[in-house]
Ligand binder design. Sequence first.
Ligand code: PLP
Length: 280
Amino acid sequence: MTLLAVAEAGKGLLEADAPVLHADDEGVLRGRAVFETIRVYDGAPFRLEAHLDRLDASAAQLGLPPVERGLLRTAALAALAASQERNVVLRLLWTPGREGSGRATGLALVSTLPGGHDELRARGLRLAVVTWSPGTLVAGVKSTSYAENIAAQAHAARHGADDALFVDPGGVVLEAPTSNVWWREGDRLVTPALALPILAGVTRAVLVESLPELGFELEEGAFPLARPLAADEVLLSSSVREVMPVVAIDDAPIGDGRPGHAAAALQRALRAAAGYPEAG
Ligand code: PLP
């Protein structure tokens, strides 16, 4: 992703390459900051308020000052207005700032979309299973301590996969490092429950809303890996990658080994919810 524009809460637009954080910012020194990643469709950040809600909840979990929502929203809109492109990624960062300063910093970053998603959607992802025991604090919090998530993705890549699938030490399926996971069993879509240590995906919530209209039942719970392995299809959901079909887990093909119809229907439903056409 290439950075296109940056704005700071309370200060407004900055030069995209301007230094903005101090060396002793706790977010940098300790990974004690929170963030959100939001898809922007034709200039409009999708479900911005839901992302601000989650940012604020994550900040509260880590004991950070409450998010100054109005200032951060204004900064986000300023950064988007300054961006040349309209289909982009908006990231929000809320960090407690310099040690002992008591003055938090909020940043809004607009970047280009990562390339290749349509091709990946057409061929489907291959996942590698990674055993994962999230800490009690970090589970479900979008903190900047994502080093383990990124390491899991690197592990998957070393094993010829596109992404990781987290399974807890007891064998319960959780999520992917930056996405929620789903699978289809006939007319039922199954996904790990939010009571598990997973992130409450904004995309997950949009898809849950769309299921009745698409004729799917929803089942949420704690499930062993055998369930997605035996499913008709598997898919991931996230703001940036949207709905991604999964065609193999640890080299075992899922269903007929090709992207399935539920993934395609959910991708269309997501784009419809965003008011943005599927092919774009
Ligand atoms: N799970 C994790 C661990 C994530 O980091 C993300 C997003 O980055 C998701 C799930 C999907 O969340 P959302 O749909 O809000 O992008």
